[in-house]
Design a binder for this molecule. Structure first.
Ligand code: HEC
Ligand code: HEC
Length: 319
């Protein structure tokens, strides 16, 4: 089921038309929803991101220390805690934007969450939590694995978006390919520093042919997200983070990071062999993670919505 299959340019048209039409299109033409009930997105992608040492998060699982699902009206949006909004934004982009759109105003298959009465009534995740954890598999909303703290952060982020939308007349509902390609190109070669690792004629040459716009967006926003069964055209898996584990004796082993939390670390070496250490039992153990995608995680803090849309518009010209 390739989204672009048989209707190459149509995809963009559909993405910039209203979400209702896009949903109907998805339902009728491709049975998108029925496939999505199989999804097991989430935990893996989200947690791997959370393991990168640069991501300013607390305990494994990604939530803030002591975070929990807090009922009642206070949870975050009374104070509009910027750190929670930022964390929520990352979780949202990693796990939800693919279906609900980067601005949460609806996307491919998923409804507008900013106008959702359920989200409006949510406090700290008490309404959206059950939807996320149980999904609505028959309706195309997959079941996702998330901690209460992650859910609470997403809730804070969604409420912030709602406020932005009601406070600022200027806030525009932006769908996928609505940016300014020239501005995107300038960002690519300037503030975004994309040119230091990528070339529009080299590795990114033809990237717009490789992915449909939604997938392309998720690949540059958060390249670790993206794979779940039923996802149209997901592309190859991303490069794993590399880790070097040095034992107190000085013996060092390197390989692809398989798992990292406060208690253990494991890797797969170049021969495919799996190695694991208990961090809590080996005090002098040194763990050094190099994530080739760390820059992308950092960029997430830097982009404005406009940058993201302009960047996508530019990348869409790389056919
Ligand atoms: C694979 C696509 C997909 C993903 C990924 C996804 N959703 Fe959904 N979501 C849907 C669909 C489709 C519906 C509509 C279900 C229905 O019609 O009842 C939905 C419904 C919802 C609703 C209910 C809205 C309402 O007003 O009833 C909430 C809340 C929600 N999603 C939040 C999220 C959050 C938060 C995430 C990320 C953690 C997420 N979804 C990830 C597809 C998705
Ligand atoms: C420090 C290096 C670095 C910088 C800076 C950087 N990227 Fe990347 N980017 C990567 C790496 C590494 C990958 C993963 C490639 C892989 O998985 O094979 C990647 C993946 C991508 C992909 C997915 C490519 C594909 O074929 O799946 C896109 C698109 C992309 N980056 C766009 C950007 C944009 C736009 C910027 C600037 C805003 C940027 N990158 C900045 C290193 C970087």
């Amino acid at each position: 089921m390739g989204l672009e299959h048989g209707m190459p340019r149509g995809v963009v048209d559909i993405l910039i038309c209203t979400q209702g039409i896009a949903q109907r299109w998805a339902r009728s033409k491709h049975g998108f929803h029925s496939n999505l009930s199989l999804l097991v997105l989430g935990a893996g992608a989200v947690n791997l991101g959370a393991q990168t040492p640069r991501r300013p998060q607390g305990p494994p699982g990604g939530g803030p220390p002591g975070g929990g699902m807090r009922a009642g009206p206070a949870a975050g949006y009374g104070t509009r805690d910027p750190a929670a909004i930022e964390r929520g934004k990352k979780e949202y982009v990693a796990a939800c934007a693919f279906c609900h759109g980067t601005s949460a105003t609806g996307g491919q298959g998923g409804p507008d969450l900013i106008r959702s009465v359920l989200v409006l009534h949510d406090r700290g995740g008490d309404q959206i939590g059950p939807v996320i954890l149980n999904g609505r598999p028959d309706k195309g909303m997959p079941k996702l694995t998330m901690t209460p703290a992650q859910i609470s952060d997403i809730s804070t982020f969604l409420h912030e978006r709602m406020l932005e939308k009601s406070n600022r007349r200027t806030y525009k509902i932006q769908d996928v390919v609505t940016g300014d390609a020239k501005a995107g190109q300038a960002y690519f070669n300037g503030a975004g520093k994309c040119y230091t690792c990528h070339s529009p004629t080299g590795d990114l040459g033809g990237v717009a042919k490789k992915y449909d716009p939604v997938t392309l967006q998720s690949r540059f926003l958060y390249p670790r997200t993206r794979t779940f069964p039923g996802m149209p055209n997901p592309g190859p898996p991303s490069k794993p983070a590399l880790v070097t584990v040095t034992e107190p004796s000085g013996k060092a082993l390197s390989g692809a990071l398989a798992h990292l939390d406060d208690f253990s670390v494991s890797l797969r070496d170049s021969a495919g062999e799996y190695h694991s250490w208990r961090r809590d039992l080996i005090p002098g153990l040194k763990v050094d993670v190099k994530d080739p995608l760390a820059v992308h995680v950092e960029l997430l803090d830097q982009y404005t919505d406009r940058d993201m849309h302009n960047m996508l518009a530019y990348l869409e010209t790389l056919k």
